[in-house]
Design a protein around this ligand. Structure first.
Ligand code: AMP
Length: 192
C-alpha cells in the first residue's frame, strides 16, 4: 500500500515517471492534467470550464479541481494506494487533500519532487510543443506556468518537507536514468 504524490515543474517529466512508478508499484496514477485534457477533448461542461484556464497556463480554480479530485479518490481502484500527479499545486489544495485523507483515516507515505532548472524546462517544453501541439506549450504560457510553480507550488513542497515526507530527485537526465533514481528514492523513503 503506497499513497504518494509526484510534484514537479512543467516539463520535468512527472507524467512519464508517474506512469512508470504506477506500473512498478501497482498503484493507480491519477493525473489532474490528464483528467482535465480528457474533459476538454470530450467537450464536457468541466472541460469547457477548465480549457479557459489551461490555455492561459493558469490554475483551474480550486472549486472545480478539488471536487474532481475528491470524486476520483472515492473510486474503488484507489483502495490499494494511489499516485497523484499534479495535485496539490496550492497550499489550499494541500489543506483540502488533508481533509479528504483524514475522512478515510488515510495518510500520505511519500511526496516525490522532481527538480530541474527553468531554462532546461523551457527548452524541453518548446520541443514538446512541436511534437504534440499541446495548446499550453508556447513560450509565454510556459514561462507563466513556471512562475506559478515557483510562486505557489514550491510552498506546497515546503509544507511536505516540514512534515518530513519529502524526497527530492534530480529530473535531469535520460528517462530510464531518472526512473532508476525515482525508484531508489521511493524505496529509501519507504524504509525510513
Ligand atoms: P499538467 O498536465 O499537470 O501540467 O496540467 C495541465 C494544466 O491543467 C495546468 O496548467 C492547469 O491549468 C491544470 N491543472 C492540473 N492540475 C491542476 C491543479 N492541481 N490545480 C489547478 N489546475 C490544475
Amino acid at each position: 500500500m503506497t499513497r504518494m504524490l509526484i510534484i514537479g515543474p512543467p516539463g520535468s517529466g512527472k507524467g512519464t515517471q508517474a506512469d512508470r512508478i504506477s506500473d512498478r508499484l501497482g498503484v493507480v496514477a491519477i493525473s489532474t492534467g490528464d483528467i482535465f485534457r480528457a474533459n476538454v477533448k470530450g467537450e464536457t461542461p468541466l472541460g469547457v470550464e477548465a480549457k479557459k484556464y489551461m490555455d492561459a497556463g493558469d490554475f483551474v480554480p480550486d472549486s472545480v479541481t478539488n471536487k474532481m479530485v475528491r470524486d476520483r479518490l472515492s473510486e474503488d481502484d484507489v483502495e490499494n494506494g494511489f499516485l497523484l500527479d499534479g495535485y496539490p499545486r496550492t497550499t489550499a489544495q494541500v489543506d483540502y487533500l488533508d481533509e479528504i485523507l483524514a475522512t478515510g483515516e488515510q495518510k500520505l507515505d511519500v511526496v516525490l519532487q522532481l527538480t530541474a532548472d527553468d531554462e532546461e524546462l523551457v527548452h524541453r517544453l518548446l520541443g514538446r510543443a512541436k511534437e504534440t501541439g499541446r495548446s499550453d506549450d508556447n513560450e509565454a504560457v510556459i514561462r507563466h506556468r513556471l512562475d506559478l510553480y515557483h510562486e505557489q507550488t514550491e510552498a506546497v513542497v515546503a509544507k511536505y518537507a516540514e512534515r518530513g515526507i519529502l524526497t527530492q530527485v534530480d529530473g535531469i537526465g535520460g528517462i530510464d536514468e531518472v526512473t532508476d533514481r525515482v525508484m531508489q528514492a521511493i524505496k529509501a523513503a519507504q524504509a525510513a
